[in-house]
Design a protein around this ligand. Structure first.
Ligand code: SAM
Ligand code: SF4
Length: 323
């Protein structure tokens, strides 16, 4: 079993299968040229499967495939099927911008995918273009419909940004409710790759906007996930992911494997364990060693809750760690 030095059991691993993306979201990589990733040296998916089999033997119970945009990577269905065949009890999930989801939802579900988290920051076409630099709303909404049709369990993720999409905090909740989907608001996490000057919302601010229309109470903490779950009197459930809060890291149960084979113990810090050789060699002892080293290196908490000078802003790219 993987237990860190603060007594947290690590049973969840997020696997980034590529750094590449068809979007350029303002909070993630607005200024990254499209050809920036041309030389990505990603790990073969068969080797990642061997790595994950050992991680599962060591107690991993949930695997989330992410990126960049994971649906850009070919043969994801075979990858998922190999994990599922080895360990049908393990929950396999995906985080995607959904631009390509309509095309792939069915084959991914058939392969063993259970859950999909979809990033959706607005229901207005011009806003989506402004935020992600892609004319994508129609494709995203069709992807959501198709994922529902094939029976994937869905959550929506929205990053509310001041002056950009804050007037949609309530309409997004109402859209999610109309679809029977849980919406989670994510506090914008400051990082050096995001657009300069971008401002997000803290949990209390999001709640006070929703409370202008609905009365809200907290009901639970998400199973495996970092969100606190709230409900309005009218039964509109929603989640808030609040990494700026002190208690956010207390229940952290995860590691992150990048597409190029490094394991990041925390979303905030640059520290990482190089697992490339272990993954390429498929040597079980070496894989166990890098896993235990990463768990041992897990810091107690991030620094997002502290007043930050420019030099303290996290340089860890979300498209690299997979969020
Ligand atoms: N491309 C996929 C997507 O957008 O869903 C998967 C990768 S993306 C890095 C994973 C999640 O990170 C998304 O929900 C995205 O909204 C979130 N994210 C990226 N940058 C962020 C930031 N600076 N603050 C908060 N959330 C961020
Ligand atoms: Fe791409 Fe996701 Fe980053 Fe947006 S948040 S640029 S969709 S990786």
């Amino acid at each position: 079993m993987l237990v860190d030095t603060f007594g947290r059991t690590i049973d969840y691993i997020r696997v980034s299968v590529t750094k590449q993306c068809n979007f350029r979201c303002q909070y993630c990589m607005p200024d990254t040229p499209m050809d920036f990733f041309d030389n990505e040296n990603y790990m073969p998916l068969e080797n990642i499967v061997s790595f994950l089999k050992i991680a599962i033997d060591e107690g991993i119970k949930k695997i989330r495939i992410t990126g960049g945009e994971p649906l850009i990577r070919k043969d994801l269905d075979t990858f998922i099927a190999s994990i599922y065949d080895y360990a049908p009890h393990v929950c396999i999930a995906l985080t995607t911008n959904a631009f390509l989801l309509k095309k792939y939802a069915y084959s991914l579900k058939q392969a063993g995918l259970q859950r999909v988290n979809i990033s959706l920051d607005s229901l207005k076409s011009d806003r989506i273009i402004k935020i992600s630099r892609k004319d994508a709303l129609h494709s995203i909404l069709s992807g959501i419909d198709e994922a529902q049709r094939v029976g994937l369990k869905i959550k929506l993720n929205m990053v509310p940004l001041k002056g950009i999409n804050d007037d949609e905090i309530i309409s997004m909740l109402e859209y999610a409710k109309s679809k029977g989907i849980l919406l989670r608001y994510i506090e914008y996490m400051e990082n050096t790759h995001a657009k300069w000057g971008l401002k997000g919302f803290k949990e209390e601010e999001i709640l006070s906007i929703i409370e202008q229309k609905y009365s809200v109470k907290q009901i639970e903490k998400e199973n495996f996930g970092p969100a606190k779950i709230y409900e309005t009197q009218e039964n509109y459930a929603f989640g808030i992911i609040a990494p700026h809060n002190d208690d956010f890291c207390k229940s952290c149960n995860r590691l992150r494997l990048t597409s190029e084979g490094t394991i990041c113990p925390c979303l905030y810090y640059q520290d990482a364990v190089n697992a490339q050789e272990a993954i390429l060699s498929q040597n079980p002892n070496q894989i166990k060693q890098v896993l235990y080293q990463s768990v041992f290196n897990k810091p107690e908490k991030n620094h997002w809750n502290e007043e930050m000078n420019a030099e303290d802003i996290s340089a860890r790219a979300f498209y690299y760690t997979g969020g």
